[in-house]
Design a protein around this ligand. Structure first.
Ligand code: SF4
Length: 492
């Protein structure tokens, strides 16, 4: 039986029981000697903020054109969607559409709904959303509150489906159920797999040149163009899913010759489904960030489709041109110490890229850790250079302590994740920026140029460091940064 036969997707921690949220130690030489395992049951005695799975889920859902995201929950639930709207507008405009807003509405459950149930309100809201916006799809998303009071969003969708033109996709994203924000990806792919994919016998005919490339919300059109260019160099064409994809386009995913992930953490649920149900084989190993990683990504695609020699030759040409172009920047980067904070795979792949550019990686903070990251971590541990490895879903107190000790020359973090480092006076670079390239060979070049500018003009960060304040006492900085991490039962 497939996971998709069930209305509710499995939790990430059940599908990948090795997943960890808390770890902190020195890595590198110790790792390669097997002395530094990540503990899957470790936890913190104190935590300070974490990301609810709804945040990345909304990033994907609000990007879909002709779609209403109907948040069934309390009014504050998912309001982070408002901050993401700038990406939605820009992303649609970049892709040739009008710069329209995401359509996001809420059932705004109150106390009486908690007592009497919120199903009726959801049914009314679905009908009203269909009347007002005439979308192709309504995503009926369950937040924590309906999950606690037992509202059945699938039953509500079934009850009103005859009254609306839109397809209604129930999305089970109750934040309290999973501590791993990567659960968000499974939740979205579960809804897409059940509601937008065809029966195998109705799938479009196989296209031997088409490759499904699974994009992520934080990559922009420049990255999609770069991955398309790389695949075209060996005669293949990319179909991008799911971010910014028209709901009617998803059946094409069943007709591709191959699926390749951009981020293994992001994609394994759906790529497994495409292989099982439609016979589309998958490659899920490398993230195309950095020179070596991009070449490995392309080589894997080529091998899977009988184009291995062509892919290796194309990669060699790209590498030669890129290394020559980068040579002018390398003296500036040589030996500079960098700290990276991001999702599991991006942080590790970015560390590989920085090493290729001549940086020393002194620390990596990954939002979670699971078995997918082993390959990437192995690449970094190979040279025996030690670095601090911290697994933390936000936890800025730990980050502040670490950064004060390590004092890196450069910090790379997500758009909203640079405030701690910048108030310590450390030059910061946004790890992804949907307006710029980050992936592939051109992404490596683009990032190198931006880093050179950043490191050549550190004045802003010096001033922020002089006047910025963080809310922690000296007594916290005098303690070990990982002193709040506790090993789980049976772990040392
Ligand atoms: S799903 Fe739960 S944790 Fe997430 S924003 Fe809504 S109420 Fe908060």
């Amino acid at each position: 039986m497939s996971y998709l036969d069930s209305k509710i997707p499995p939790l990430r921690e059940h599908r990948h029981p090795e997943t960890s949220l808390a770890h902190g130690s020195e890595y590198g030489g110790r790792r390669s000697r097997g002395e530094c395992p990540v503990m899957s049951r470790a936890d913190r005695s104190f935590t300070q903020g974490s990301i609810c799975p709804l945040l990345p889920a909304l990033g994907i859902m609000t990007s879909l054109p002709d779609t209403v995201v109907l948040l069934h929950g309390s009014v504050g639930c998912g309001t982070c969607a408002a901050g993401n709207n700038v990406n939605v507008r820009a992303g649609r405009a970049q892709r040739g559409g009008a710069p329209s807003d995401a359509v996001w509405v809420s059932t705004s459950l109150g106390e009486m709904n908690v007592i009497n149930g919120g199903d009726a309100k959801l049914r009314e809201a679905i009908v009203e959303a269909d009347r007002r916006y005439s979308p192709k799809v309504i995503l009926a998303v369950s937040g924590c509150l309906p999950g606690v009071i037992g509202d059945d969003i699938d039953a509500a969708a079934e009850a009103v489906k005859g009254q609306v033109r839109a397809r209604i996709l129930p999305v089970h994203c109750e934040g309290f159920k999973s501590r791993f924000m990567a659960t968000a990806y499974d939740v979205i792919y579960h809804a897409v797999g059940r509601g937008l994919m065809p029966a195998p016998e109705s799938a479009p005919p196989r296209d031997p040149r088409a490759v499904n490339v699974m994009n992520v919300g934080s990559m922009g059109l420049a990255d999609e163009r770069e991955l398309s260019r790389i695949l075209e160099s060996v005669g293949l064409k990319a179909n991008f899913f799911p971010v910014f994809s028209d709901p009617d386009s998803f059946p094409r995913a069943a007709s591709a010759a191959l699926s390749v992930s951009v981020c293994p953490t992001h994609d394994d649920y759906f790529l497994g489904h495409l292989e099982e149900k439609y016979g589309v084989p998958r490659v899920i190993r490398h993230m195309p960030i950095g020179i070596g990683n991009t070449s490995s990504w392309l080589a894997d695609v080529g091998e899977a489709l009988g184009l291995g020699a062509e892919a290796r030759a194309a990669a060699a040409r790209e590498e030669e041109a890129l290394r020559e172009a980068l040579s002018g920047y390398l003296p500036l980067f040589a030996g500079k110490r960098a700290f990276i904070s991001a999702g599991e795979y991006r942080s590790l792949a970015t560390a590989s890229l920085l090493k290729e550019l001549g940086f020393k990686v002194c620390g990596i903070r990954s939002f979670h850790f699971d078995s997918f990251a082993e390959t990437e971590l192995g690449k970094l541990s190979g040279d025996g250079e030690a670095f601090v490895f911290n697994v933390a879903n936000v936890q800025p107190f730990e980050e502040a302590n670490l950064l004060r000790r390590l004092r890196p020359d450069l910090f790379l973090g997500h758009m909203h994740g640079n405030s701690t480092a910048s108030r310590l006076g450390i030059p910061c670079q946004v790890i992804y920026n949907t307006g710029y390239g980050y992936l592939g060979y051109r992404g490596a070049w683009d990032l190198a140029r931006r880093l050179a500018r950043k490191l050549s003009r550190p004045g802003l960060y010096r001033r922020l460091g002089r006047f910025g304040r963080l809310p922690y006492r000296e007594s916290w900085y005098s303690q070990e940064p990982f002193s709040r991490i506790r090993a789980g039962e049976g772990e040392a």
